[in-house]
Design a protein around this ligand. Structure first.
Ligand code: ZN
Ligand code: ZN
Length: 653
């Protein structure tokens, strides 16, 4: 009887382990997605000989992890006490929790260095005593409900997850089909438009969907499919599997998510609603933010009485099947495709996805949304790769005159506007998205108030802003270096400045509105189509001392856009009845806070890319912008550039 490919691989691994560590016994060995995990009761041997793991990995040319057999793990309560005994109190341990999925114990402390000890001495002692593998992290400065609930949820489903990861590992190690190799991409959504981003990468052996977004602004009630990608084409939708197993996405290997914005992540749960069982690959912050934004989207859609394509249980299915990958970490996602994420500079956790296809056959980079400038939050997008032939790039600001002021200019403008309004005793209302722009505006205000360039006034945060900020603070390694260092120093953490005050109740909201004192109010939603910002607006609009300050893009058809265009009176539902609002407050737009690269940065990104790509495909921009940007790259810079429409298939190799 012949054995499956994956069985051979596990057998070879076993032999390699016994070759380098002959005196140990192996309890079990299995896959955990692309990783091979060896469980042993003799874990101390590997603690004492850390190089052995590297030698084994080199021999089998795969990623390997050696873990303690669960039977030798110390009881959780006992282990907690033991760790507290080993680590000196100066380390400031705040929390200890266990991740049975990986046999790890996470130690949250104010001073991680002290927990680790000189040359890792204390860590080794912990390992030997409790047998759990210790992972030391700095205590997140702000508690995030989302981060906590995600952790608890995954813990609850650990057995199911282990089984799932094992299954993925076996599939990854299936034999590849031999013969002519080819690579093609299909534009399923978000081409020559913004919203519903989705791209299929297909080879002889694999089908990978990159992003699966929803255009919330464009769901026509007459045509409910207008806001969603073309998921029903035969390359991705199997009608047979749909009829027979209610599993239309059966032949899809995996989904890769570049970032959490709804126009990229909004429809991922729909795949799971239709029984998709494959993995979703994304960075840890994107996982958390996507759940936050998808839940919020559902809430908003329900409150408006709209139909929703899925519900929260589908988001949970997605979460169970999410495999997180850090920037720079390379992982096999199918037998012939290897994925690496790089910083995209756009929002927290946003990534550029690099796909290495075949053994050096072809390399595709999908940028997702990018910012090619250091911002208050992030470093500029990465554009250096080991290899790249094809780039699929966003073109939001690819149009003729799409130039934006720099962050420095934008911040200076913001400062002088706020200063004017405070001086005349007014309030500044800033409609913001909870994720990204809010945190940047917070940082700008904190900087100017701390350095006394602005008077000390309260900055109120209303809506999901605080929770989104907490998620930022939970992943400092995803922020730019200066901000990361300030967050680590705790006392210097800008997000914890006393100028910020959360608004959590209706009473507080009224108190702020009725107070005569100047203030800045950041409130969602960013385009004024609902959310707490509306109540402030309705009550502050009539007083000419106040100002409404736009820092983000206002889409066609939103209330934000109408006000920005100069409408002087507007009728809105308030306290159960339609109310006419006279707009006397000053309406101001500050350009330059966008999370997207402007035209200059887009061109710089491509022309300074290393190595130089041969083919460029533009997407994620209005029809003219995608086309104009592709034309520029072709005519002026000599690239083979093209702006496909949705539903085109391009052969890359
Ligand atoms: Zn985005
Ligand atoms: Zn986008």
């Amino acid at each position: 009887m012949s054995t499956a490919e994956w069985e051979d691989i596990l057998e070879q691994t076993k032999l390699a382990v016994l070759e380098f560590a002959p005196e140990i016994s192996i309890s079990s060995i299995d896959f955990e997605a692309s990783l091979i995990v060896v469980y042993t009761k003799d874990i101390d041997y590997f603690t004492d000989n850390p190089n052995v793991v590297k030698q084994i990995a080199q021999k089998i040319r795969r990623r390997i992890s050696i873990r303690p057999d669960p039977s030798i793990l110390m009881d959780e309560e006992e282990a907690k006490n033991e760790i507290m005994k080993i680590v000196p109190p100066e380390a400031g341990i705040n929390e200890i929790y266990f991740e049975p999925e990986t046999c790890e114990v996470v130690i949250e402390a104010d001073a991680p260095g002290i927990v680790i000890g000189k040359e890792g001495q204390l860590l080794n002692e912990i390992k030997k005593q409790v047998k759990w593998a210790p992972k030391v992290v700095r205590t997140p400065p702000i508690k995030s409900k989302t981060v906590y609930e995600t952790r608890e949820f995954l813990k609850m489903h650990k057995d199911e997850r282990r089984e799932f990861l094992r299954e993925i590992g076996r599939k990854l190690n299936r034999p590849v089909l031999k013969g002519e190799n080819w690579v093609r991409v299909i534009s399923l959504g978000g081409y020559r438009e913004v919203g519903r981003s989705a791209t299929l990468i297909m080879t002889r052996n694999s089908r990978i969907l990159v992003d699966c977004g929803l255009n919330t602004g464009n769901v026509n009630p007459e045509e409910p499919w207008s806001g969603i990608p073309y998921l029903y084409v035969p390359e991705i939708w199997s009608q047979d599997a749909f009829i027979n197993e209610n599993n239309p996405f059966k032949y899809l290997d995996a989904v890769v998510l570049t970032h959490a914005h709804i126009d990229h992540s909004g429809l991922v749960p729909l795949l799971y609603k239709y029984n998709f069982k494959g993995p979703l690959y994304t960075t840890p912050p994107t996982r958390d933010l996507a759940v936050l934004l998808q839940m919020d989207y559902l809430k908003l859609a329900h409150s408006e009485g709209g139909k929703v394509p899925y519900d929260s249980k589908d988001i949970k299915e997605m979460l169970k099947r999410t495999i997180t990958v850090e920037y720079g970490e390379t992982t096999d996602i199918t037998p012939d495709i290897r994925l690496t994420f790089h910083n995209a500079g756009h929002i927290l956790g946003s990534s550029i996805a690099h796909f290495h296809i075949g053994e050096g056959l072809h390399n595709v980079v999908i940028t997702g949304d990018i910012k090619f400038e250091k911002t208050w939050l992030f470093n500029a997008a990465n554009n250096k790769f080991p290899r790249v032939e094809t780039v699929i790039i966003e073109s939001t600001y690819g149009g003729k005159n799409d130039f934006q002021p720099s962050r420095t200019e934008a911040s200076e403008n913001l400062k002088s506007i706020v200063s004017n309004v405070i001086n005349r005793g007014g309030k500044v209302l800033v409609p913001v998205f909870a994720v990204g722009r809010s945190q940047e505006v917070m940082l700008v205000l904190e900087e100017y108030i701390r350095t006394e360039q602005l008077a000390k006034i309260p900055v109120y945060l209303d809506g999901m802003i605080w929770e989104a900020t907490a998620i930022h603070a939970a992943y400092p390694e995803y922020l730019n270096r200066d901000l990361k260092e300030r967050i680590f120093k705790k006392a210097d953490n800008p997000f914890l400045s006393d100028i910020f005050a959360r608004v959590e109740t209706q009473e507080k909201r009224h108190e702020i509105i009725n107070s005569p004192d100047p203030a800045v109010i950041l409130a969602t939603s960013g385009m004024m189509n609902g959310g707490p910002v509306m109540e402030y607006f309705i009550n502050l609009a009539e007083n000419p001392k106040n100002a409404l300050l736009f820092v983000g893009y206002q889409a066609e058809g939103t209330i934000g856009r109408r006000i920005q265009r100069g409408e002087k009176s507007i009728t809105l539902p308030y306290m159960g009845k339609m109310t006419n609002i006279e707009i006397n407050m000053e309406i101001i737009t500050v350009e330059g806070f966008s999370g997207h690269a402007d035209r200059k940065q887009l061109i710089q990104f491509v022309t300074s890319m290393h190595p130089k790509p041969t083919k460029i495909i533009t997407c994620h921009g209005d029809n003219e912008n995608c086309e104009y940007f592709a034309e520029t790259l072709m005519r002026r810079y000599g690239f083979d550039a093209y702006a496909p429409k949705n539903l085109e298939t391009l052969r890359l190799f």
